[in-house]
Design a protein. Sequence first.
Length: 224
Amino acid sequence: MSQSLKKVLDAANPNTLADGMRILGFGQILRSAISTQIRMGTPLAATNVLATLRSFALPSDAKASSIQRAYARAGGGTLGELAVQAFGATPADGQIAVAPNGDIVLLATSTYSQVDVEFIPEKGDEFIFAGSVAANVLTLPASLTGRGVILLADANATAGTTLGKKIILVPGAGAPAAGQARLNLAKGTVTFAVADAVTAATVTLTVVSAINVPALLDADSTIM
C-alpha cells in the first residue's frame, strides 16, 4: 500500500531517512525555509543598491523574503528597534527594508555598526544567465521564466557603453536611469538604461525552487 513521503518520514526508519532528506533537499530547507538571524552585523556599501544605502549581502539562493524585526545596537543613527519597511522601499534613519535585489538595507548616513536582524529567506535556486541585450532589454530564457523568476539579484553589463554592475530596482515598466537595471512586471526580461547602451550582460537570478516540498510530502513516496 502506498504512503505519502510525509508518513514515511514520520516513521523515522533509519534505512529511508537519508533518501527522504535528499528528495526534499534538506540542506536547502535549512538554509532558506526557516527564520534566520544576523547578529551584531555591520552593513556595508554595495554596487547593486543605491549609494545612499548600506546593505547586508545575502546568498543568491537565500535572499531575504521579509524582515521580522531588527535592532540597532550601535551607530550614529537612531538606536533600538528599527521600523521594517515594505519590500523595495528606501529606508530612512531608524528603518530597515529588503532591497529590490533581496539584500537587507539601511540608510548609509545612520552609520550603523552593530545590527541584529531576524528575517525569512526566499526559497529558490540561483541561476546565472549571460546573453545579448537588444534595445536595452535582456530577454530571459523560457527555461527560467517557465519555472518563475523571483528576483534579480545582480546585473553586470559586459558589453556596451557603460560596463559593470548595475543598481537593481523593483520590477516595473520602462527603462531605468543610468547605472540601473530592473525586471519587467512579468519578470521575463531585464531592462537597462538607454544611456548605458548595454549590448551584453550577465545576470544572477533567484528562480522558484525545483524542489516543491509540500507537493512531495503529500505525494506517494518513492521510498518505503
